[in-house]
Design a protein around this ligand. Sequence first.
Ligand SMILES: CC(C)(COP(=O)(O)OP(=O)(O)OC[C@H]1O[C@@H](n2cnc3c(N)ncnc32)[C@H](O)[C@@H]1OP(=O)(O)O)[C@@H](O)C(=O)NCCC(=O)NCCS
Length: 170
Amino acid sequence: MANRLAAGVDRVRRTTQAPRPRRDQAPGIRPATETDVPGVIALDQDVTGLLKRDYWHDMFERYGAHPDATRIFLVAENAGRIDGFIVGEVRAWEFGSTPSGWVFAVQVRPGRRVQGLGSRLFETVCDRFRAAGVDRVRTMVAPENTVIHSFFRSQGMMAGPFIELEMRLD
Ligand SMILES: CC(C)(COP(=O)(O)OP(=O)(O)OC[C@H]1O[C@@H](n2cnc3c(N)ncnc32)[C@H](O)[C@@H]1OP(=O)(O)O)[C@@H](O)C(=O)NCCC(=O)NCCS
């Protein structure tokens, strides 16, 4: 009985879990280059349904074209395809905040999710932030995006000390 139960659990696990890529098949994480921008645009369009060419070229110009310790644009590439990316920057003294790392965007290709790639991107950007000398990382999330909440919470992030305010200008 116990054996049959264990076999059943094992079968469900095998059929419901996406296969983890072997280590040598895992995409390499590296700084973005200009030739990666079309792949980033295409992945973002797949995920969000919006084509934002100018936005991503501008993001690359700001954070990827002249990478240094404080401006970070990383991609995860696998056989020439962009499977994920993350963008961040060290910012100091805005809103009275001490220097901290900010993550502006993180995305993983739907077929490659829940295999640890988002975590590897986040860990890599956090390593860069540590190397730049900051002791905390921040981001902003939309309240209804439960997946991104769950993801950042799983990385150890919790509610921060600031409250966002806004008003309409029309
Ligand atoms: C959020 C995102 C980057 C996560 O990437 P990922 O490669 O799947 O993340 P990981 O495999 O490293 O997951 C790490 C943890 O996040 C949480 N998580 C990830 N996907 C989840 C989901 N669909 N539901 C609930 N928790 C989830 C889990 O706790 C997971 O740990 P576990 O696998 O041990 O349970 C990816 O889902 C994504 O690109 N989402 C859309 C993009 C987006 O909304 N970006 C925010 C605006 S820039």
